[in-house]
Design a protein around this ligand. Sequence first.
Ligand SMILES: [Zn+2]
Ligand SMILES: [Zn+2]
Length: 131
Amino acid sequence: MAESEKLTKNQALVLERLEAANSPLSAYELLDQLREEGIKAPLQIYRALEKLQAADLVHRLESLNSFVACAEPHCHAHEGLVAFAICENCGDVTEFVDAIVQSRLAEWSNKRDFVPSKTSLEIRGICAKCA
Ligand SMILES: [Zn+2]
Ligand SMILES: [Zn+2]
């Protein structure tokens, strides 16, 4: 894929681990996994995560303070609101975009002259497999 060509080694390593993970990883879990690859400092992880988020290849889950690889890096418009359903049992994360929810929230903000800078929508619960 085109983006990976532009990634630094550390960014590629972080993205690789997130793509391989079955559940969200925190910066410290990433650091633990990548020590053997020569990444020693948390700052290296944070820098890589920052760039990957800016490139919309990785999302941060606010409620877990963890990160996931974008499920559809080429498909969904990241201008919009990306929502996540997080299974509290197996850690599975489903990423989705919902135009109606998004327009409702935009409407609310417009009506109240509220200027949103960031919206996060996370549903936590039990997935179909675990139910
Ligand atoms: Zn995404
Ligand atoms: Zn589950």
